[in-house]
Design a protein around this ligand. Structure first.
Ligand code: T4K
Length: 369
């Protein structure tokens, strides 16, 4: 059996040098202050505000809790429009807040929510839209903004994949009422586990700060029914180190993606993503849609695995097909999402992936008879 080091997996965590991390955590042995918004937490917070170019940011233990608490803080009710072409977290965060997800189809160009189909789903119960910048592709933020304003809806972006992405020169976290970023080990920027919510509204900041710390407002008052979703000092230290090298890491990802595009663009039966106009990408994922190619998506997945290349079917199945949701959403028709989900494969994509390995992966794909 192959060790994990011999396998090419869909991603591989970016890590600083061991000594760099050790230097960052060394003071913790003096202070013995390990969590609850310590010095490193505050330092990373300020650095992220600068890097993401957002007016406000609250950090969390992970991206999922960040999204769950952002929805909670918005005091929503009724129905929330979202897409099923995402990681489980997006819909779970809605449902776990006692809200009803209403699924909108995705557009076939970049797999984000089809903004032209949102309005037909709005009812008197709709209070928010949770679109996903899937793979780091940017939703039609302008159209979504207009719809939200017209109908008085909140917009909370699931920007788990979109760390560092800019649209028209602005950090992507500036769009909508709030955006959630994931800093999970598998993401472009990681704090081991971690996440954050960005927003414009300063009052929102207070609520999020309290919600992630049991709703405690001061030593003798608990004003909110909060939970525990604080980022600890070891996570923050990892973030501080990784943020130092983020431009280099994104640059290396860019080379990987460019090589895939060079090799796979224009091949009949294979659909790849083209750069979006006005978007500065973070090259988070490389999705490939197998569309009447010489081999099916599942066949290609197996063939790559036989060659120790472990691509992933992000995002298959659709969330609406999960056992926990299927019965409730059996009548929902989402033809584009279904087609993409049934045919997509995300190829290995990470900063330390060598271009030789990208070539080997492409050779296997293109060599199919
Ligand atoms: N919204 C969206 C759209 C998301 O994609 C996610 C998370 C969230 C919300 C929630 O954010 P977080 O609460 O996670 O911050 C992985 C990640 O666990 C998950 O964070 C991510 N999305 C999702 C797309 O991918 P799995 O179940 O595929 O992970 P796993 O363990 O199979 O790992 C995938 C590959 O990553 C491995 O083959 C190797 C590599 N890896 C993994 C780990 C755990 C590393 O290189 N280092 C590691 O430490 O979900």
């Amino acid at each position: 059996m192959l060790s994990d080091n011999e396998k090419i997996l869909v991603t591989r965590s970016s890590m600083p040098d061991f000594d760099e991390y050790v230097e960052e955590i060394r003071p913790l042995w003096e202070s013995a202050w390990l969590t609850n918004m310590g010095v490193l937490h505050e330092k990373l917070h300020d650095e992220l505000i600068d890097y993401l170019q957002v007016p406000g940011l609250t950090m969390f233990s992970n991206g999922h809790m960040a999204l769950e608490m952002a929805l909670d803080a918005m005091k929503l009710s009724g129905e929330v429009i979202t897409t099923p072409f995402s990681f489980s977290s997006t819909t779970h965060a809605i449902t776990r807040n006692g809200l009803t997800p209403v699924f909108c189809d995705i557009n076939p160009d970049n797999y984000t929510i089809d903004a032209d189909k949102i309005e037909e789903l709005i009812t008197e119960k709709t209070t928010a839209i949770v679109p996903v910048h899937v793979y780091g592709n940017i939703c039609d933020v302008e159209k979504i903004d207009k719809i939200a304003k017209k109908h008085g809806l909140k917009v909370i972006y699931d920007a788990a994949h979109a760390f560092g992405v800019k649209y028209k020169g602005r950090g992507i976290g500036n769009y909508g009422d709030a955006s959630m970023f994931s800093f999970h080990a598998t993401k472009v920027f990681n704090t081991i586990e971690g996440g954050a919510v960005s927003y414009n509204d300063k009052d929102f900041e207070k609520v999020l700060r309290y919600l992630k710390n049991f709703g405690i407002t001061d030593k003798e008052n608990v004003d909110y029914i909060g939970g525990n979703a604080k980022m600890n000092e070891f996570q923050a230290a990892m973030g501080i180190c990784n943020l130092r090298h983020i431009e280099r890491e994104i640059g290396k990802r860019r080379k990987v993606v460019e090589r895939y595009i060079e090799r796979l663009d224009g091949v009949c039966g294979l659909i790849i993503q083209k750069p979006q106009e006005g978007v500065e990408s973070n090259y988070a994922y490389f999705p490939l849609v197998v569309d009447n190619y010489k081999i099916s998506r599942n066949g290609l997945y197996d063939l790559l695995a036989e060659n120790n290349i472990f691509a992933r079917k992000y995002f298959y199945p659709l969330i609406t097909d999960y056992n926990c949701y299927r019965e409730s959403f059996k009548d929902v028709k989402l033809p584009v999402a279904k087609r993409i989900s049934d045919n997509v494969l995300t190829l290995p994509c990470y900063a330390d992936l060598s271009l030789d390995t990208v070539d080997r992966i492409c050779d296997i794909i293109l060599g199919v008879k």
